[in-house]
Design a protein around this ligand. Sequence first.
Ligand code: C2E
Ligand code: MG
Ligand code: MG
Ligand code: MG
Length: 284
Amino acid sequence: LRDLLHRWETLIPTSHPARAAPGRIYRPEDLRRGIADGELVCHFQPKVGRADGALTGVECLVRWQHPADGLVFPDQFVPLAERSGLIDDLTQAVLEQALHQARAWQDTDLRLDVAVNVSMANLLALDFPNLVADRLAAAGMAPERLVLEVTESQLMRDRVTSLDILTRLRLKRVGLSIDDFGTGHSSLAQLRDVPFSELKIDRGFVHGAAGDPALQAMFDASLGIARQLGLKTVAEGVEDPDDWLYVRGTDCDMIQGYLIGRPMPGPDLPGWRADWARRYQTLP
Ligand code: C2E
Ligand code: MG
Ligand code: MG
Ligand code: MG
């Protein structure tokens, strides 16, 4: 059962008991060993165009294929990695896999943007922009294909250093996305200072917006700000046809969420795409 779990993310609800027990606490040495043994796996969730449903990119979401516990989700080990000095190794392992997969797709004529989540701790390492450039060169990928997603609340700890690192990444033409927009404490200040290229509206303003004028007001305001700053926009958390219909009626650029596709192993993407082309015709 556990061997198959990583294939089942598309089928099993996040709360299903067959997933690794959410209460399980890991020690830094467990995670260090897991990273060294290549147990981190990347799943990829599609981002599609709002206007035509076309696949434009994927977000890479890390999982830990634990030998005893099964598939462990990032909330259970990314904070541990951040606290225990393992986040640089984690991010490098994820970047390498994500870019390798993007290159493999490109070699079959599927040119996708690939988004990788980064932690604040990654934005404290002064050599991070050069490491990213090295990874891109090793994979033979253009920097424009990579998007780094940053959660705004994480930007606060050492502003000067993180702003310097983000600016140097942007100068290398890597895309920068402000993730979960609207949930942190100084969204607008971050937008003023960081040279973002994309804004992802948090799913809290998306799922359920169809029946909630207050959410719609916040969604619209976020789109308006992004538009005026020249940022691409992504609505995350589109879970049902009502969410879909609502976002489709806005001028948001891209849509992401369980309705379109759950995170999946890279090799499953072509099959998902064929299925999506059929389902897209049946959606409102
Ligand atoms: P995020 O970057 O905001 O990623 C979106 C999360 O929402 C993912 O959870 C995804 O599976 C989930 N999601 C996507 N669509 C829907 C939907 O329609 N409804 C609902 N309810 N959820 C949806 P996941 O994979 O558990 O990741 C959680 C968080 O862990 C991510 O949030 C990100 O902040 C962090 N994370 C994931 N991978 C990495 C990584 O490689 N490095 C770092 N530093 N953080 C990561
Ligand atoms: Mg993200
Ligand atoms: Mg997000
Ligand atoms: Mg999030």
